[in-house]
Ligand binder design. Structure first.
Ligand SMILES: Cc1ncc(COP(=O)(O)O)c(C=O)c1O
Length: 419
């Protein structure tokens, strides 16, 4: 039986596959992937392989610890403590306590539980068209997918400067006002905010960067209403946006809780919640915490190795430099091709929005899907996303070089020319 059909039978139809002809990948190294026919692809999509596919130091850390001991966090072990200390050393302010889980979903679930316990409130604020994970609780906060709108949830608009959600207001006032209105909605229903959960770059609607001043004003607005600030760094964290380790550091405000995931284990399932000693103590006063797999000695060894590779190989500087080069190249393509309505993002977290007409901004969703297929034929893997499904998503492993970026840009040029 053909693999796609066999997979559908074995896993059920809820699982999606990318591309008209799905990719059957069998090997990865650095920024490269190979399929079962031996065809080589430049990976411009996979952010989980943060320091490159199968990085030898990460593989060695995993194999070495797996061959020595793997248990859980109810015994003393240096690895989990050292991992926490390494993460804390990358965080600003008082964010120095880490709790470990296995997925971004669990991180956001635990962060919500902490915020509710500490504030005594139940209300949550989430952005329109967001994705934060797939547990029953967190899926409800994932407003791009879930239709459920319980009375404890109120939504605000992500601060998009391309598709404006407001008329006649300045960007900052309009979008901070949207958060204020969401708090008002909660209060009208008799709910108080436990927290806002907010991406530092809003990925799901199409990689939206907040305007300067947005985060400080939003954080203050939520805190004035008695809520905490959870920043979801599951995609944007770990240097992905360039210049800083964390996406929220592009502005001056510091969150109360930060959630981490995807890039943290370089391919291994490792995620976490970072908060302040004060919040951690207030949570522990009424709740204890255990996670069978989260922070085990093998996962923690992997997590430490990823951070060491980032530091040793100058990955942050690479993202900053190659990200700027890539974005400039995308901007250049925008000058050549009218179908490109907008280029967005920071570092190596980039998006290209395709529109049928620049004035009307009518989304070119089917063309975006076609572009992903054409790019695959050119040996470059990207994908699509966005509120209108018309945005090309570019998010390669962070060891992406200028040469790799030039290959991506040349392939985009060829494929745009073929439309
Ligand atoms: C911003 C963000 N938060 C949370 C998650 C959930 O992470 P996981 O799939 O590891 O549960 C995702 C996954 O796509 C994400 O993009």
């Amino acid at each position: 039986m053909e693999l796609t059909e066999r997979r559908k039978r074995a896993l059920g139809p809820a699982y999606e596959l990318f591309y008209e002809t799905p990719a059957h990948l069998v090997r990865g190294q650095g920024v490269w992937l190979w399929d079962a026919d031996g065809r080589k692809y430049l990976d411009c999509y996979n952010n989980v392989a943060s320091v490159g596919h199968c990085h030898p130091d990460v593989v060695a850390a995993l194999a070495g610890q797996a061959a020595t001991l793997n248990t859980h966090t109810r015994y003393l072990h240096e690895n989990v403590i050292e991992l926490s200390e390494k993460i804390a050393s990358k965080m600003p302010g008082d964010l120095s306590v880490c709790m470990f889980v296995c997925t971004g979903t669990e991180a956001n679930d635990l962060a919500t539980r902490i915020a509710r316990t500490v504030t005594g409130h139940k209300g949550m604020l989430a952005s329109e068209f967001s994705y934060h994970g797939n547990s029953t609780l967190v899926y409800t906060l994932s407003t791009a997918d879930s239709d459920e709108r319980p009375d404890w949830l109120a939504l605000f608009e992500a601060p998009c400067s391309y598709h404006l959600a407001f008329e006649g207001k300045n960007l900052l006032d309009g979008y901070v006002g949207s958060v204020r209105n969401a708090i008002g909605d909660l209060q009208n229903r008799g709910q108080q905010p436990a927290a806002i959960i907010i991406d530092s770059i809003f990925d799901c609607p199409g990689t939206i960067e907040a305007p300067p001043g947005y985060f400080p004003q939003v954080f203050k607005t939520v805190r004035d209403a008695g809520g905490l600030v959870i920043v979801d760094e599951v995609q944007a964290g770990y240097c992905r946006t360039g210049n800083h380790w964390w996406g929220f550091q592009h502005d001056s405000a510091v969150p109360d809780i930060v959630t981490l995931g995807k890039p943290m284990g370089g391919g291994h399932p490792l995620a976490g919640v970072v908060t302040t000693p004060d919040i951690a103590a207030r949570f522990a006063a009424s709740s204890d915490y255990f996670n069978t797999f989260g922070g085990n000695p093998v996962s923690a060894a992997v997590g430490k190795a990823v951070i060491d590779v980032i530091d040793a190989e100058g990955v942050l500087e690479n993202v900053t430099r190659v990200g700027a080069h890539t974005r400039a190249g995308l901007q250049q393509l925008k000058n050549q091709y009218d179908i490109i309505g907008d280029v967005r993002g920071r570092g190596l977290f980039l998006s290209v929005e395709l529109v049928k007409d620049r004035d009307s901004k009518v989304p070119a969703a089917s063309t975006a899907r076609k572009m992903a297929d054409l790019m695959k034929d050119e040996g470059v893997l990207i994908s699509t996303h966005g509120r209108y499904e018309n945005t090309l998503k570019i998010r390669p492993p962070m060891v992406f070089s200028k040469e790799n970026a030039d290959q991506l840009l040349a392939a985009l040029d060829v494929c745009l020319g073929r439309l």
